[in-house]
Design a protein around this ligand. Structure first.
Ligand SMILES: *Cc1c(COP(=O)(O)O)cnc(C)c1O
Length: 374
């Protein structure tokens, strides 16, 4: 079955009780069990597991070619769960440009959790090899990365990590399983902020982990962490996330098309110094992205000739692009990342990040041109 078909049908069999085509939402917190505690229906308590969530997990695991998946209350909860499921005293290696929330998590919480986290430049294989330690349990990659859209060679990285006896996690939030399937390239775990493209409408918050075949023990530990630490989501959000998965391939096709148009228009403009989009032939990761991704996605960053002031002025003149954080919704968003990255900004001061939405590309390009030219 092709991906578009799978996205519509995975986790979507009609309700056996009623024939309802859209799945029911089971809000029950508790499930009847036998007097001896055995589970005739397979469920016990919503925090541990529930039928609506399981539908979403089956669907996402199928789309990522994983053995199993777990839904969490947010992308951060999913990342916390995997960190808290590693053996004590493990070392975790992250890229310098990992999502800023995970950089904060690694900096501020790893010691409390008895972990050792370090960072390296993932554009440099030698730097990655040099940063691996005898107790490295997990290598954490993110490609395309946020906000510079840098591309990491996942197959090559998986080889290095496995030679070392560690596991590779890939944050696949920007690409989604529609554009990139890290488990097929050798990764062990995929992480999603479901809040973004999978939810797709800027109205739900959730995260997920998907585990490769053979990683069942880690999946079980992560499920135990989710339940015991309380990192679960809600059945209603699971239902909305499943609804998002059905239209994900169709939406991604429009995000790709619109982002290409936006990137091309920005490249041609004299007020723009640099455009970061892996779909551009001059992007340093273009050839690699063309190999390991199906398309280049809906995120575009660009730097203005006039630096910070020009970037803020442009962001204030945009009408269709809303100044807001997050990404992956129907509406286009713009963000001056350096202003929102807190005490340790990674983004160049003149950079604006765009989440290119589902509007008509001519309207989006028109809005950018008026904001750049006035
Ligand atoms: C937003 C985001 C996260 C965090 O997810 P939340 O759902 O906001 O907790 C992690 N990784 C990437 C790449 C993100 O964009």
């Amino acid at each position: 079955m092709r991906l578009e078909t799978l996205a519509v049908h995975a986790g979507a069999s009609p309700d056996p009780e009623t024939g309802a085509v859209a799945p029911p939402i089971h809000l029950s917190t508790t499930f009847e069990h036998a007097p001896d505690g055995s589970l005739p229906y397979g469920w016990i308590y919503q925090r541990t597991d529930n039928p609506t969530q399981q539908r979403f997990e089956e669907a996402l695991a199928a789309l990522e070619h994983g053995e199993s998946a777990l839904l969490f209350g947010s992308g951060m909860a999913a990342g916390s769960a995997i960190m808290q499921s590693l053996p004590p005293q493990s070392h975790v290696l992250l890229p310098n440009d990992a999502y800023h929330g995970f950089r904060a998590l690694a900096r501020e919480f790893s010691k409390r959790w008895n972990l050792h986290c370090t960072f390296a430049d993932f554009g440099d294989e030698g730097a990655i090899r040099a940063a691996l330690l005898p107790n490295t349990a997990l290598v954490w990659a993110e490609t395309p990365s946020n906000p510079l859209l840098q591309i990491t060679d996942l197959a090559a990285l998986a080889n290095i990590v496995h030679q070392h006896g560690a596991m590779l996690l890939v944050d696949n939030t920007f690409a989604t399983p529609v554009l990139q399937q890290p488990l097929m390239l050798g990764a062990d775990i995929v992480l999603h902020s479901v809040t973004k493209y999978i939810g797709g409408h800027s109205d739900l918050m959730a995260g997920a982990l998907v585990f490769a075949h053979g990683r069942g023990a880690l999946a079980q530990q992560a499920a135990h962490t989710r339940s015991t630490v309380g990192l679960h989501g809600s059945p209603f959000v699971a239902w909305m996330a499943l609804r998002g998965l059905h239209s994900l391939p169709a939406r991604m096709a429009w995000h790709n098309r619109n982002a290409r148009a936006v990137a091309a228009a920005l490249c041609a403009h004299t007020a723009v110094e640099r455009v970061h989009y892996p779909g551009l032939p001059e992007h340093p990761g273009h050839a690699l992205a063309a190999r390991q991704m199906r398309e280049f996605g809906g995120m575009v960053s660009f730097e203005l000739v006039g630096g910070r002031d020009a970037a803020l002025a442009c962001a204030s003149r945009l009408r269709l692009f809303i100044n807001a954080t997050s990404l992956g919704g129907c509406e286009s968003l713009v963000e001056h990342r350096a202003s929102v990255e807190g005490a340790h900004p990674m983004s160049p001061p003149g950079l604006l990040r765009l989440s290119v939405g589902l509007e008509h590309p001519d309207d989006l390009v028109g809005d950018l041109l008026q904001a750049l030219s006035s």
